[in-house]
Design a protein around this ligand. Structure first.
Ligand code: HEM
Length: 529
C-alpha cells in the first residue's frame, strides 16, 4: 500500500466510523445509469443553475435594489449627470467600475438563457420519448413547476436593473395583473405598493429573485433528482434492455468523470459567451421612464411567446357593471398560458386515460411509434413558435421589409391554422417512418447495387439487417384501441356512454399504426432475398 492510499484509507475510515457512510456510498456509487446523449440535457439545467447561483451571488455584492434617485457620475460618459434609480446606477457600476463585473453580469444572463433552453429541450426529450409515463408523473409535474418558476425567475432578474427595457416588461406584467376581473386593480396596487411604478417593486422582486425562488428551486431540484434516483432512469430500447433492468455504466467512476467534465464544458461555453457576446447592454437603453419605450424592445426568448400572444390580440373589451374586462390582455396573458401549462402538467394523466394504459414504463418510446403524442407535441410547438415569432414582429418587419400588419395577420391566422396542419403532417410522417421500419425489417437495407436478371429486369440488391437492429425496430408494443361498452346487452345506452364513446374514439385515433413486421412474415419472405 502506498502512502497516499494509506492516508486516503485513514480519512475514509475516520469519516465512516462517525457517519456510517461507507455502506450507503458503496451501494449508491455503483448505481448503474443508462448511456444516451439526451440524458445529459437535464444535467445542462443543473449545471447552469449552479453557475446562476455563483455568478448571482457575485452580483449581489454590488447591486443596490433601490429606487432612490441618484445622479450618475460614473465613467460611462453619455449618461453622466442623468437622474436615475440607484438600481440602474449600480448596474452601470457593476458593468463599468467593478473589476470583472461586466463579465459576471453577462455570464449570469447567458447562464439564465442556457438554463431555460436546457429546461425546454429536456422537457421535449422527456415528452417525445414518453419518459413521463407511470411512475414518473410526479417528476413531470415538478418539472412543469420548475419551467414555470424558471420563466418567472428570469423575468424578475432582467427586470431588476430598472433600465428602459426592464421597465417596459414590468409595465406589461402590471397590465396582466390589472386584467384580472374584479381584483386586478387591487392586486396591482398591492404588488407595486401603490401606483405604477412606485418605489417598492424593485426591492420586493429583488428579495423574491435572490431568496425565495432560488430556495424553492433548490428544494424542487433536490426532490426531482431524488425521484430520478429512486425510480431509476428510463432507457431506450435495445438488445438486453427490459422493463426490469438498467443497462449502462456505474456512477463511480464513469459518470462521476463524465458529469464533472460536462460541468466544465457547460461552464466554459457560458463563460466564453459571457466574454465575447454582449447581452443586455442596459447602458444603451437608458434609465426607465414610464413615458418612453425604445424601438425594437424584446424580452428574453422564454418570455417572447407570451409577448407575441399579447401583441397579436385584437382590441376586445367588455364594459359591464362598472367594470372593464380587457379580453385583449386577459386571454393572451392569463387564460391561454393557464390552459397551456395546465394541459402540460396534466398530459401524462390525459394520455393514460385515453389509452387505458396504467402500467409502468421504463423503456422509452421512439417518437414515431407514438404518432398521436408526437403530433400533439408538434402542434403545441408550432403554436408556441408562431407566438414567439410575433414577439419579435417589429424586428422581423424591419429586417425583412414587411409591415407590422402583415406580421400580425400572419400570426393571428397562423396561430390557429398552422398547429392543426402540424398535427396532421407529423402524424403522417410518423406513420411513414413506421412503414419504412417495417420495410427495412422485411426486405432489408437497400444497397444501391443494381443487378440485371436473366430476364432483362433490373433489381436492387437488399441486404438483411442485423438481428439487433431488427429487434430494435420490432420490440415496441402496438396498443389495441379501447372498446369500452356504450350499450348493455339489451342494446340500451349505459350510464357514462358518452364518456366511453369519447374515450373509444380518442383511443382509436391513438392506436392508428402500421402493423410491425412479425417473425412469421420475416420467415416467409426470407426465401425471396
Ligand atoms: C431546473 C430544471 C431541471 C433540472 C435541473 C432537471 C434535472 C434533471 C436530471 C439531471 C435528470 C436525469 C437526466 C435526464 O434524464 O436528463 C432529469 C430527469 C427527468 N426530468 Fe428533469 N430537470 C429539470 C426540469 C424538468 C422539466 C421542465 C421536466 C418536464 C416537465 C422534467 C422532467 C423530468 C423527468 C420526467 C425525468 C425522468 C426522466 C427519465 O427517467 O427518463 N424535468 N431531470
Amino acid at each position: 500500500m502506498t502512502a497516499r492510499e494509506r492516508i486516503a484509507g485513514n480519512v475514509a475510515g475516520y469519516v465512516d466510523d462517525r457517519t456510517g457512510a461507507a455502506k450507503w456510498m458503496k451501494k449508491n456509487l455503483t448505481k448503474v445509469f443508462p448511456d444516451h446523449w439526451s440524458f445529459l440535457l437535464g444535467e445542462i439545467c443543473l449545471y447552469s443553475f449552479v453557475i446562476l447561483l455563483l455568478s448571482g451571488t457575485f452580483l449581489t455584492f454590488w447591486f443596490d435594489p433601490s429606487m432612490k434617485e441618484v445622479v450618475y457620475d460614473g465613467s460611462y460618459e453619455p449618461l453622466k449627470g442623468l437622474e436615475m434609480s440607484a438600481a440602474y446606477a449600480s448596474t452601470l457600476d457593476i458593468s463599468f467600475e467593478v473589476r470583472g463585473g461586466l463579465l459576471m453580469r453577462q455570464i449570469h444572463h447567458w447562464a439564465a438563457l442556457i438554463f431555460m433552453v436546457g429546461i425546454v429541450v429536456h422537457l421535449l426529450r422527456v415528452y417525445f420519448t414518453g419518459a413521463f409515463r407511470k411512475p414518473r408523473e410526479f417528476n413531470w409535474i415538478i418539472g412543469v413547476g420548475l419551467l414555470t418558476l424558471g420563466i418567472v425567475e428570469g423575468f424578475l432578474g432582467y427586470s431588476l436593473p430598472d433600465d428602459l427595457l426592464s421597465g417596459t416588461g414590468i409595465r406589461i406584467a402590471e397590465a396582466i395583473i390589472q386584467a384580472l376581473p374584479v381584483v386586478g386593480s387591487y392586486l396591482a396596487f398591492f404588488a407595486f405598493g401603490g401606483a405604477f411604478p412606485g418605489e417598492a417593486f424593485i426591492p420586493r422582486i429583488y428579495t423574491v429573485h435572490v431568496l425565495l425562488l432560488p430556495g424553492i428551486f433548490l428544494a424542487l431540484i433536490t426532490v426531482h433528482l431524488m425521484l430520478v434516483w429512486y425510480q431509476k432512469h428510463t432507457q431506450f430500447p435495445g438488445p438486453g434492455r427490459t422493463e426490469k433492468n438498467v443497462v449502462g455504466y456505474p456512477l463511480m467512476p464513469v459518470y462521476m468523470a463524465k458529469a464533472g467534465g460536462f460541468f466544465f464544458i457547460v461552464f466554459g461555453v457560458t463563460a466564453f459567451l459571457g466574454a465575447v457576446a454582449s447581452i443586455n447592454p442596459i447602458w444603451l437603453y437608458g434609465p426607465y421612464t414610464p413615458g418612453q419605450i425604445s424601438a425594437g424592445s424584446q424580452p428574453d426568448w422564454y418570455m417572447g411567446w407570451l409577448d407575441g400572444l399579447v401583441r397579436m390580440a385584437p382590441p376586445l373589451e367588455t364594459h359591464a357593471f362598472g367594470y372593464t374586462i380587457s379580453w385583449n390582455i386577459l386571454i393572451p396573458g392569463l387564460i391561454l398560458p393557464g390552459i397551456m401549462f395546465t394541459g402540460l402538467a396534466l398530459y401524462p394523466f390525459i394520455e393514460s386515460w385515453a389509452t387505458g394504459d396504467k402500467r409502468e414504463h421504463h423503456l422509452l418510446d421512439r417518437p414515431r411509434n407514438a404518432p398521436n403524442r408526437t403530433a400533439i407535441g408538434a402542434m403545441a410547438l408550432t403554436f408556441t413558435l408562431v407566438s414567439l415569432l410575433n414577439g419579435g414582429n417589429d424586428i422581423i418587419a424591419t429586417t425583412f421589409d414587411l409591415t407590422i400588419n402583415q406580421m400580425m395577420w400572419f400570426s393571428r391566422i397562423g396561430v390557429i391554422v398552422l398547429p392543426p396542419i402540424a398535427f396532421v403532417v407529423t402524424k403522417r410522417l410518423c406513420l411513414s417512418l413506421q412503414r419504412a421500419d417495417r420495410d427495412l425489417v422485411l426486405h432489408g437495407r437497400e444497397t444501391g447495387r443494381l443487378v440485371r436478371m436473366p430476364s432483362g429486369e433490373f433489381v436492387e440488391v437488399h441486404e438483411p439487417i442485423s438481428p439487433e437492429k431488427a429487434w430494435l425496430l420490432t420490440s415496441h408494443e402496438q396498443l389495441a384501441p379501447l372498446e369500452l361498452p356504450e350499450h348493455d346487452s339489451a342494446g340500451v345506452r349505459r350510464p357514462g356512454a358518452i364518456k366511453n364513446k369519447i374515450r373509444n374514439r380518442i383511443s382509436r385515433a391513438n392506436a392508428v399504426a402500421v402493423p410491425k413486421a412479425t417473425a412469421t412474415e420475416r420467415r416467409e419472405l426470407e426465401g425471396h432475398h
